[in-house]
Ligand binder design. Structure first.
Ligand SMILES: [Zn+2]
Length: 75
């Protein structure tokens, strides 16, 4: 989790995608959250939740420090 720099969150219902920055992730991480999977269980799609739809049908894509290093190298 220390190497996690960002998290891509996609909703399977509405297709909405967003990317959480590390500062945002840090606020989500609390007691009992040790893995990306556990973090994903805390996330939901707000627009879907507001419409009363299933909001937990999300996919998460973790970005680690090494991924960013690869991106920078490619510039
Ligand atoms: Zn949604």
């Amino acid at each position: 989790m220390d190497d996690l720099v960002a998290l891509g969150v996609g909703c399977e219902n509405c297709g909405r995608k967003r990317r959480l920055a590390r500062s945002h992730i840090a606020r989500l991480i609390g007691p009992g959250i040790h893995t990306v999977e556990q973090l994903g269980q805390r996330l939901k799609c707000r627009p879907c939740a507001e419409r009363g739809l299933a909001s937990k049908n999300i996919t998460i894509v973790p970005y680690y420090r090494c991924d960013v290093a690869v991106e920078v190298k490619g510039l």
